[in-house]
Design a protein around this ligand. Structure first.
Ligand code: SAM
Length: 231
């Protein structure tokens, strides 16, 4: 999988790949990371990339020309690139999207800044648009990284133990049961006694009960799906 981050601030993104699971995936050639800066495509003599909005309104908008030309060059280089725009005005990104997008060979994440991106550029180039939640970030870089991280976990070989994927929250409509580390007694707090007895069928039932409790408390709408047999 190749990811291209289309951003004015590549340094904000780069650091995330310097360590841990995604670093190892790059070292194993499972992932490749590229950057494309719209500023490098600006026709403006000062390399400006923002402008006031047509029709008025607060703040600046990312200028259409630099971003349009950057994405045109990206498409010319790889016509199969899957272009994703990050914007709060879109469907929310969920685990099923992460799994589906993990089958692509090249994804470009387009990060907005200022008050956002000229809508015509989105209309022209977007294969998909995603929001990562109902709040406003200062730019799309964090949102791109959130998506990239979640997608990468679903690429074969990226996780040391791919079994982790099958038991995680959002694989079914239930949230994962609580986890406990050693020692069994810590600061006077014990792990659930059933965990210590080694009866795996009882441990499974207890985990299911705890999953249901957590889901009921934090995500009641998910529990409803579980009870209706929806995944
Ligand atoms: N004026 C826009 C609005 O009200 O919808 C917000 C623009 S925001 C300050 C700048 C950029 O950050 C957006 O173009 C987008 O790329 C990114 N962004 C902000 N919040 C986001 C979210 N919840 N999900 C995805 N991207 C987001």
């Amino acid at each position: 999988m190749t990811y291209t981050f289309v951003t004015l601030f590549s340094n904000l993104v780069e650091g995330y790949f310097s360590d841990s699971i995604l670093r190892r995936a790059i070292d194993k050639d499972l992932l490749g990371i590229k950057f494309l800066n719209p500023r490098d495509f600006s026709n403006n003599k000062h390399s400006k990339v923002d402008d006031t909005a047509v029709g008025g309104g607060a703040g600046m908008v990312m200028n259409s020309q630099p971003l349009y030309d950057a994405l045109k060059s990206l498409k010319e280089e790889d016509e199969n690139v899957h272009i994703v725009f990050l914007t709060p005005v879109a469907k929310p990104f969920v685990q099923n999207d992460a799994k589906r997008l993990a089958t692509k060979s090249h994804i470009a994440f387009v990060s907005g800044r200022y008050e956002g991106i000229d809508e015509r550029v989105i209309e022209t180039f977007a294969d998909e648009v995603f929001s990562i939640g109902d709040y406003i970030l200062t730019g799309g870089e964090l949102a791109s990284l959130v998506m990239c991280d979640a997608i990468s976990r679903n690429i074969d070989g990226v996780l040391g133990n791919s079994d982790s994927l099958t038991v995680e929250s959002f694989e079914t409509s239930l949230l994962e049961a609580p986890s406990f580390s050693k020692p069994k007694l810590y600061e006077g707090l014990s792990v659930p006694s059933e965990y210590l007895k080694g009866n795996h069928s009882k441990i499974r039932s207890l985990k299911l009960a705890m999953s249901e409790c957590k889901t009921k408390f934090f995500r009641p709408e998910q529990l409803k799906k579980h009870c209706q047999g929806v995944k």
